[in-house]
Design a protein around this ligand. Structure first.
Ligand code: 6PG
Length: 478
């Protein structure tokens, strides 16, 4: 077996297969392997002529077909399967070889694997890959972690096959060990928030305008021409205009209204709680999926709970549509602002030194949350790399400020009409919370001190204090 392949892919389900084809189409010689040889054979039969592939039936031959330092991309279902492939690879690899996990791994697993592999002289690169099947083939957004040294030889290949926006690759070095998978996790959390916000906008428009799904689809198509331009808005327009072939009804009307998830949104929320970062938009989006899937609770609620709501009366249709658009944009900015806060907090905690502007840059193309407005985020972090709150950048204060009255109207109208808009309303509450001069957290601190002697700090002098609530109520310095 001549070692002539520049990169290898093991795991040839649709994502791995498409990534392998993408490498080959860019002129790389690609070693390919799958646990069952059938998938390797079908790749060779169907796409073998797209480039230079080196198929192998055994892992040993696959590894032997790679040039040193070997670059092996694992594209299997995240979890136990990844560990199994790593265990099989380990005895076959040598010092300096690079193992790339391109699945949606949970970042603590990536940290663990990186530690184990680096102890054996290998590089382990946990990388986020976004863009679904099509992205993998035509150019995904790629978020690699691991050592800088590994990026020197691996980076150029990944950049070559990534999506490009204005000639710039949607791939850059993210940071050590788990940083790449962490950033991909937050990407997915933001994806959940974005999708939930779009769904709430759709729901309000449909109720307010009494319009068909296809008509709402036209509104989304028009929105896609402006600041909201993004992949998710674009596909929303497509989905809403799609008709179910069997029934002739709007497709969205025949889909069961129970949203599922594979878990990356849940991880994002769990991590937000661990870090104490209020990622309320992502959390509401994740819980909204859970609520939709809570069938017994929904049945009980539907039967027992009155609405006491006022129907949405829309006098000026265009003004209402514009209000919803503004509310969507503002809430979206909040969700991104929170997600970038989470990246900053994790980066500080793990010493990853993640450049947030660069993350926004590599999300402009290829990935699910690709959007025009990511340019604005990159610009904001270029103006101030340490920006503590994305919302406070001058572009975003203006953009959100201009839509603020509309945002308040939409949230108020949704509440009086009894239409759930958890992500819209919690984003607005976050906005008002983070800009507040003073918060009722003071009362919470006082309560904590009352029942648990948990102490408090004062506004007028340094120190930590406790009041003798069950005694003479005098104050002591704690
Ligand atoms: C991507 C997507 C991709 C995916 C997730 C989310 O970036 O290409 O985020 O990773 O669609 O699996 O799916 P769930 O909604 O099932 O969690």
């Amino acid at each position: 077996m001549t070692a002539r392949a520049q990169i290898g892919v093991t795991g040839l389900a649709v994502m791995g297969r498409n990534l392998a084809r993408n490498f080959a189409r860019h002129g790389y010689t690609v070693a390919v392997h799958n646990r069952s040889y059938g998938k390797t054979q079908s790749l060779m039969e169907e796409a073998g002529d797209e480039g230079d592939f080196v198929p192998s039936e055994s892992m040993a031959d696959f590894v032997a077909s790679l040039e040193r330092p070997r670059k092996v991309v694992i594209m299997v279902k995240a979890g136990a399967a990844t560990d199994a492939v790593i265990d099989e690879l380990l005895p076959l690899l040598e010092d300096g070889d690079i193992v790339v996990d391109a699945g949606n791994a949970h970042f603590p697993d990536t940290i663990r694997r990186e530690e184990a592999l680096s102890a054996r002289g290998l590089h382990f690169v946990g990388t986020g890959v976004s863009g679904g099947e099509e992205g993998a083939l035509l150019g995904p957004s790629i978020m690699p972690g691991g050592t800088r040294e590994s990026y020197e030889s691996l980076g150029p290949i990944l950049e070559a096959v990534s999506a490009k926006v204005d000639g710039t690759p949607c791939c850059t070095y993210v940071g050590p060990n788990g940083a790449g998978h962490f950033v991909k996790m937050v990407h997915n959390g933001i994806e959940y928030a974005d999708m939930q916000l779009i769904a709430e906008a759709y729901d309000l428009l449909r109720a307010g305008l009494g319009a068909s799904a296809a008509e709402i689809g036209e509104i989304f198509a028009a929105w896609n021409e402006g600041d909201l331009e993004s992949f998710l808005i674009e596909i929303t327009a497509d989905v809403l205009r799609h008709v179910d072939a069997e029934t002739g009804q709007a497709f969205v009307d025949i889909v069961l209204d129970q949203a599922e998830q594979k878990g990356t949104g849940r991880w994002t929320v769990q991590n937000g709680l661990d870090l104490g970062v209020p990622i309320t938009g992502i959390a509401e989006a994740t819980f909204a999926r859970a609520l939709s899937g809570g069938v017994p609770q929904r049945e009980a609620g539907r039967r027992a709970l009155p609405a006491n709501a006022e129907p949405l009366q829309v006098a000026d249709r265009d003004a209402f549509v514009e209000d919803v658009r503004q509310a969507l944009y503002a809430s979206k900015v909040v969700a991104y602002s929170q997600g970038f806060d989470q990246i900053a907090a994790a980066s500080a905690e793990h010493g990853w030194d993640i450049d947030r502007g660069a993350m926004a840059r590599i999300w402009r193309g290829g990935c699910i949350i690709r959007a025009r407005f990511l340019n604005r985020i990159t610009e904001a972090y270029e103006r101030d790399p340490q920006l503590p709150l994305l919302l406070s950048d001058e572009y975003f204060t203006d953009a959100v400020g201009n839509g603020l009255s509309a945002w308040r109207r939409v949230v108020a109208r949704a509440a009086s009409a009894g239409i759930p808009a958890p992500a819209f309303s919690s984003s607005l509450a976050y906005y008002d919370g983070v800009r507040a001069e003073r918060l009722p957290a003071a009362l919470i601190q006082a309560q904590r001190d009352f029942f648990g002697a948990h102490t408090y700090r004062r506004t007028d002098r340094e120190g930590t204090f406790h009041t003798l609530w069950s005694g003479d109520r005098s104050e002591q310095e704690a």
